[in-house]
Write a protein that binds this ligand. Structure first.
Ligand code: FBP
Length: 552
């Protein structure tokens, strides 16, 4: 038998908590709310989803136990890993077994590709038990293939048919749940008899709204990064010789950076959404950090911590325009650029950009120019995790400080270390919050399927309270959609939830950051605790607390 760690062994016995509506099993009484609309571009979304658009919001209450036919369900993990994915699958497994003990669960391998290629494994109780409360997506693997062609949908239908699968659960982020919605629409339109439900996953925290309070994995990932940042804070304050520039994952929104700033109180944290709102230039961002370095140097503190959201580069207005032009160019000249290396692509693009974007492009360090021309992911996104903004900013701040020194305005020392925290947190063992939340999302997805609903996302709400007050239900995925430009064309996608500058989490940060910039006010959260007093084990994120209660 494979060796497992003592923590994993002890943790496998943890029984995640469920909302009261699901404690009797996944047969529920369904309360329908009002019909829904879309997050934007209503008419366009409505015309693309005639069969699933406008479905009502759903709230579940505990149902009476009754006979229910056995259900064959397929499950897919899609997109980037997030702590708790295995618990979603465990919850789904237990949920469909509670409907009927003969229900079966099939895991399609390596993401949506497995569904299209018919690659799967049956998930039996022995397999599920080995993965309860563990991090990672390794039970069946994940992938980023976009489901969008009729050929793919037909293959999916055929492969489900072979297994007698009449319901699918797609566990993913905004792009993957968009896939779920497109598939639900196609299956309904063609009378395939296959239901589709989605579960909100992404460490980025940007798949949320009134009904989806958090995407799973955000809590655990932020705790892991905050532990590491706290450790860096302590190291910086011990050695007193480095400024640490830390880039934090989060492709677009800055929720992770903001949450980590709230947990650790660093000297500086850039919030991309603020950069966009204030139309800040790269130069202004650099001036801000350099200002903090100078102010701390005057107090004799030649060390500090700077947090940088991974998606920053796309929020700097001049660079956003540049990336938009690059996206169009790389799509339009696909045939010509495909054979070129990154340097060749950068040279090709430089010659075709507008004058203003060419000026911005040429002002960037060579490495960043190449990184901006790297291949897009299958959904058309720039792969921001490959762009080394932490190094770029550290170098630009160094150049600025050199100027200030020459002018006699700075006399400190500036040593830097750069870090990127992303992959380190995506497969951590889920915190109690994520273990409970994920298990509930999966079990709740079984309830959605049991209730015969399709095109819904599993929704577990009121998560700021203990699980005995959690509310289970479903929200139509079309309700979260709008149209966006992808791969040079307008596509329906789930609207990303960005950091709101008038929201309580940002306001709290903004009201403290001037003090944190100059003082050494670090907080050291330490590692995730799985055993011990509830006051350290059963925490929610500060973001959620501030969003729901307005205060900490
Ligand atoms: P999802 O949106 O699929 O959850 O992925 C999130 C993420 O972890 C981002 O934070 C990051 O930019 C990206 O995935 C990295 O992608 P990859 O795993 O392909 O390197």
């Amino acid at each position: 038998m494979a060796r497992i760690s003592p923590l994993q062994q002890a943790r496998s016995a943890y029984q995640p908590k469920l909302p009261p509506a699901l404690r009797n099993g996944a047969i529920v009484a369904v309360k329908e709310g009002a019909p829904t609309t879309a997050a934007g571009d209503v008419e366009a979304v409505k015309s693309l989803f005639p069969c699933t658009f406008g479905s009502p919001e759903l709230t579940f209450e505990a149902g009476e136990k009754k006979a229910f036919p056995a259900l064959n369900v397929g499950v897919i993990l899609s997109g980037g890993q997030a702590p708790g994915g295995h618990n979603v699958i465990a919850g789904l497994f237990d949920g469909i077994k509670s409907l009927n003990k003969d229900s079966r669960l099939f895991g399609f391998l390596k993401g949506p590709d497995g569904l299209v290629k018919g690659e799967y494994m049956e998930l039996t109780s022995d397999i599920i038990d080995a993965y309860r409360n563990t991090g990672g997506f390794d039970i069946i693997g994940s992938g980023r293939t976009k489901l969008e062609t009729v050929e793919q949908f037909e293959k999916a239908k055929e492969n489900c048919g072979k297994l007698g699968v009449t319901a699918l659960v797609i566990i993913g982020g905004d792009d993957s749940n968009t896939n779920a919605c497109v598939l639900a629409e196609y299956f309904k339109k063609t009378g395939a008899g296959i239901l589709v439900a989605g579960c909100p996953k992404t460490i980025d925290g940007d798949l949320k709204n009134e009904y989806i309070e958090a995407s799973f994995g955000f809590d655990t990932a932020c705790r892991v990064y905050s532990e590491l940042i706290g450790n860096l804070c302590r190291d910086a304050n011990s050695a007193k010789k480095y400024w640490h520039f830390v880039k934090l994952m989060g492709r677009s929104a800055s929720h992770i950076a903001l949450e980590c700033a709230l947990q650790t109180q660093p000297n500086w944290c850039i919030i991309s959404e603020e950069v966009a709102a204030k139309k800040m230039t790269l130069g202004e961002i650099v001036d801000g950090i350099a200002g903090a370095v100078v102010a701390r140097a005057e107090k004799g503190c030649n060390f500090g911590i700077v947090l940088i959201p991974e998606g920053l580069i796309e929020f700097i207005p001049e660079i956003k325009v540049l990336i938009g032009e690059l996206n169009e160019l790389l799509a339009k000249y696909e045939g010509e650029v495909n054979s070129l290396d990154a340097a060749g692509k950068a040279a090709f693009a430089a010659g075709k950009l507008s004058a203003s974007s060419a000026a911005v492009f040429n002002s960037l360090p060579e490495g960043i120019r190449k990184q901006l021309c790297n291949d897009r992911d299958p959904h058309g996104n720039v792969q921001v995790s490959l762009i080394e903004t932490e190094k770029m900013l550290a170098e630009m701040v160094r150049a600025k400080l050199k100027d200030l020194k020459a002018q006699g305005k700075y006399a400190g020392k500036f040593g830097t270390q750069t870090h990127f925290f992303g992959y380190e947190g995506r497969c951590a063992a889920p915190s109690n919050f994520d273990a409970d939340y994920c298990y509930s999302l999966g079990f709740n997805a079984a309830a959605l399927l049991g209730a015969g609903r399709t095109g819904y996302m599993s929704s577990v709400r009121n998560t700021i309270e203990s699980a005995d007050k959690w509310i289970a239900g479903g929200i139509p995925i079309t309700m979260m959609m709008n149209m966006e430009r992808r791969h040079g064309a307008d596509k329906p996608v789930i609207r990303k939830a960005l950091v709101e500058l008038d929201g309580a989490p940002f306001k709290y940060f903004a009201s403290h950051r001037a003090e944190w910039a100059v003082e050494t006010a670090y907080v050291y959260p330490g590692p995730i605790q799985y055993f011990g007093p509830s006051s350290v084990c059963d925490l929610t994120t500060m973001t959620l607390k501030l969003e729901k209660k307005g205060t900490l």
